[in-house]
Design a protein around this ligand. Structure first.
Ligand SMILES: [Zn+2]
Length: 454
């Protein structure tokens, strides 16, 4: 998603997305139907997760500590990427696997196993996110993450060169345990394939793979290996491009095998999520008391204006002033000195509600403001299966110096919506606090009309 010039991305700026989309397109109609609407998000978002699990997300400096560069959007928290990768770069909890063999031989089976467990627990969404992480590690392993002089010259020219080629995805095992063994062997086979395919070309300039590997074990970019790669690319550009293409296609094949195998281990039919109960608060961590990593669990900051240098979003703690702007407990959410476009606190996707068109939902939030201009409000935001917002329903606006007021909004789920998130928005020139929010399912409109008549 963020193909910064500084990033040594594998394959191409959006190479992971393209290989993953290619793999998904080779699946059978049955597998594609099972992956359903998550296929698009898998290619667009999930397979990029491991490259977006850095503490720089949400911070200034474009990831390279340059104060003139804009803020990074907080993609890491928006998607709970540290949860799915099992490594949090802020708290340093969990385990971080380098994106290359031999560590990937351990990482890929681990994420694959998580995806199978999620499928068996009935969560296609979690399964697809873990699969995205697994696919990323597969694709980095097939792009010489372990041999940087090759990796950094391993980019294809045209997307059209990497496309479905009639490959039939293979099962890697009939049980989760067999599948893990099969997967490990398949991944080692992929790395051997890429080393052999590229090694043949390096040999023609007197630098066999058997020499490249020990050099790279000692040094990241050994000059002799760098020179050999440059020489092949200069003297045999077409053969080099063909090798890149074949290795990328092999990555797509292995990715397709992994998708097919995971889906074949899912319960049939896949259970649909249970409908939400009426009148129960569905919002996770609604009073913001449960800590996440610097923000409350289940929430993140939507920095709308990435160039704004003044606005702040804080996880407010009571007890530091005489005035305690919390509605209950010790915590509230605060937006300070927001730019014109505002700053938002939003629910992470993992805490978003799955919704069905025609259902009705009610959003509630207690809000307090102290500002000379601008306003604060809450909104129910509906998004489609591709996680793109389709419609927002906003509460009334709170302005000026106001004590705690509960703002509410009720809306019917639009026809193309699949997800609902509560959004807390402020474009105040002063401060706005939010606390004790709720998301409640209401009786459907037809039922409501019936009860009015009674
Ligand atoms: Zn990577």
């Amino acid at each position: 998603m963020l193909g910064g010039a500084n990033r040594a991305a594998a394959w191409h700026a959006d190479g992971h997305s393209h290989i993953t989309a290619t793999a998904a397109r080779t699946l059978s109609a049955e597998d594609r139907q099972r992956l359903g609407p998550e296929a698009e998000a898998l290619a667009r978002y999930y397979c990029e997760f491991p490259d977006e699990n850095w503490a720089a997300f949400g911070e200034w400096g474009g990831g390279e500590a340059d104060p003139r560069k804009p803020r990074f959007p907080d993609t890491r928290r928006e998607w709970d990427i540290s949860f799915y990768t099992g490594w949090n770069p802020v708290t340093r909890e969990g385990r971080s696997y380098p994106h290359r063999p031999p560590e990937s031989y351990e990482a890929v089976p681990l994420y694959f196993s998580h995806s199978v467990e999620a499928l068996q627990a009935g969560s296609l969404v979690d399964a697809a996110r873990y699969l995205g992480v697994a696919l990323h590690y597969i694709q980095d392993s097939g792009a010489f993450g372990h041999l940087q002089p090759i990796h950094r010259s391993f980019h294809w020219k045209n997307h059209a060169d990497v496309h479905p080629d009639g490959y039939q995805p293979q099962s890697l095992g009939k049980t989760p345990k067999d599948a893990v063994e099969g997967l490990r062997a398949r991944l080692q086979g992929l790395v051997a394939f890429t080393e052999d395919r590229t090694g043949r070309l390096l040999e023609t300039v007197g630098m066999p793979m058997a020499e490249v590997k020990p050099l790279c074990a000692k040094e990241l970019m050994p000059p002799r290996a760098v020179a050999a790669v440059a020489q092949v690319r200069q003297t045999q550009p077409e053969l080099w491009d063909a090798a890149v293409r074949e290795c990328a296609m092999e990555c797509a094949h292995v990715s397709a095998d992994v998708l097919h195998t995971a889906l074949s281990l899912a319960p049939k039919p896949m259970p649909e999520p249970k409908p939400h109960p009426l009148g129960v608060n569905l919002a996770a961590n609604p009073s913001f008391e449960i800590p996440g990593d610097g923000v409350p669990q289940g929430w993140y900051v939507g920095w709308i204006d990435l160039q704004d240098r003044t606005g702040r979003a804080e996880w407010y703690r009571a007890g530091t002033h005489w005035d305690k702007p919390v509605k209950s407990g010790q915590r509230s959410l605060l937006v300070l000195w927001a730019p014109r476009d505002g700053i938002e606190w939003r629910q992470t996707w993992r805490c978003a509600q799955r919704v069905t068109p025609g259902e009705r939902y009610r959003g509630e939030a207690w809000v307090k403001t102290r500002t000379d201009s601008g306003a604060a409000w809450a909104a129910l935001e509906f998004s489609n299966a591709a996680y793109q917002p389709v419609q927002r329903f906003c509460t009334a606006k709170l302005t000026g110096d106001s004590g705690w007021k509960q703002l509410t909004i009720e809306a019917e789920v639009p026809g193309d919506a699949r997800w609902l998130r509560l959004v807390l928005h402020a474009d105040v020139a002063g401060a706005a606090w939010f606390d004790d929010v709720s998301v409640l399912k209401s009786p459907a409109a037809a039922l409501q009309r019936a009860s009015h008549r009674r």
